[in-house]
Design a protein. Sequence first.
Length: 184
Amino acid sequence: MTENSPQITGKTIALLVTDGVELPELTEPIAAITAAGGTATIVSPNEKSLQAMEGDWKHSDHFDVDVQLSSAAASDYDGLVLPGGTLNADSIRINEDAQKFVSAFFAAKKPVAAICHGLWILTEVDQVKGRRVTSFPSLKTDLRNSGAEWVDESAVVSDGLVTSRTPDDLDDFNHAFLTLVAQG
């Protein structure tokens, strides 16, 4: 992070993921959170570890789960990141504990960031209606059908929600999210 980058010292950020998470959409936000002085916590329905992927096809690194989703509470975190990866996002969006966890961040007006397919759960918990968002292009119709204004931009901020398209946009995504967290 540069000296103009937001600092979030003392803040803890949850990253809600499971098997199939897109590797850079997990690792780069973790690195950015840490570089900004924050603590990144992997929250997952998995008990001990999860398998990341590269491009939905190639198995990649394994990651330890810090907190199991069933015992996680939004009140323990200052923000939430929802990485993509088609398999990850599809599993997370239908998980009722994940839906409750994500909804609690919006109810508490805490910053949420979703990239690529990570926005899918936001349609399940009715958090895109009336918002300007971006995502991986294949979600455009789902998001519009859920009442969002979909745009093709690297990072979009709308009422406490940061959205982004692909790993190519991670610098803009991370900066926008960390700025929201730093502002409280």
